[in-house]
Structure formats: C-alpha cells, structure tokens
Design a protein. Structure first.
Length: 144
C-alpha cells in the first residue's frame, strides 16, 4: 500500500485537481497565536467536526491522530473512493504561541481493490492544508 503524505484534507479542497506530478511527501506547519491548551482543543474540534475518528490523543506529547474516514472525490465525476486520516503534532513555542505540524494521508481505491497513494498536484495539496489551517485559526478566540 502506497501512502501519499499531504497536509490538508482533500475534503477541504473540494475543487482540487488530481492530475500532474505528485506532491512531495512532507508535512505542513503553522504557528498559532494561541496557548497550547486552546490550540490542542482547536485541533480536536477540527477532527470531530470533520468526522475524523480520533484514535490517539496524547496531551503531554502534543499528538493527535485519527483513523481513516471516507473522503469525497475532489473532482466531480471521479468514481474512485478516497479515504483520509490526519496526524497532528503540537508544541509550545511561547506562552501564547503554539506550533502545529499536520500530516494528511490520502489514499484512493485501486483497480485491484487495494488502497493506493492518491496523486495530487502541489497546488491541490497546498489548498487542502490552507483550508485546515484557516479552520484552526477560525476556531481560536480573537483577541483585541
């Protein structure tokens, strides 16, 4: 089974294009202007609201990991089934700043019935992660 590591969830990138060269297998990072507690809660809330079954939460280590969930195909008319799971690693930078490293693993059903690496352009991958990070920032209380 091949796995393509992506930062943003394809569901958030509804119009992503699945063609061209595969995106590099790497994670994406954001620094949130929030303390560790609120950041951890925001990531858990994101997973729950987007129907990712959370299977690991390790608050002291800053780890949140989900099981796979079905993902709608990013292009209308594509018959292949997709599934996605996410992993997050949080770390305190300062009292009011938290680093979040995100990894989305996206697979598609292959012709043989096995799950295989989903191919996506770098632009589609970046759009996905941008959506995840916008959602996380939106979940944090705004300070004035």
């Amino acid at each position: 089974m091949k796995i393509l590591s992506l930062f943003l969830v394809l569901a958030a990138a509804g119009c992503a294009v699945l063609s061209g060269p595969s995106a590099p297998s790497q994670t994406r990072t954001i620094t949130l202007a929030a303390d560790y507690d609120r950041s951890f809660t925001a990531v858990l809330s994101y997973c729950t609201e987007h129907s990712y079954p959370v299977v690991v939460t390790d608050y002291p280590a800053g780890i949140i990991s989900t099981a796979y969930r079905p993902t709608n195909p990013p292009l209308r008319g594509i018959g292949a089934a997709f599934r996605t799971r996410c992993k997050f690693r949080l770390s305190r930078i300062e009292a009011d700043r938290t680093c979040v490293v995100a990894l989305a693993i996206i697979e598609q059903a292959g012709r043989s019935g096995q799950w295989e690496e989903a191919r996506a352009t770098e632009a589609a991958v970046q759009e996905f992660y941008d959506g995840v990070f916008r959602d996380l920032v939106h979940r944090l209380p705004q300070t004035r």
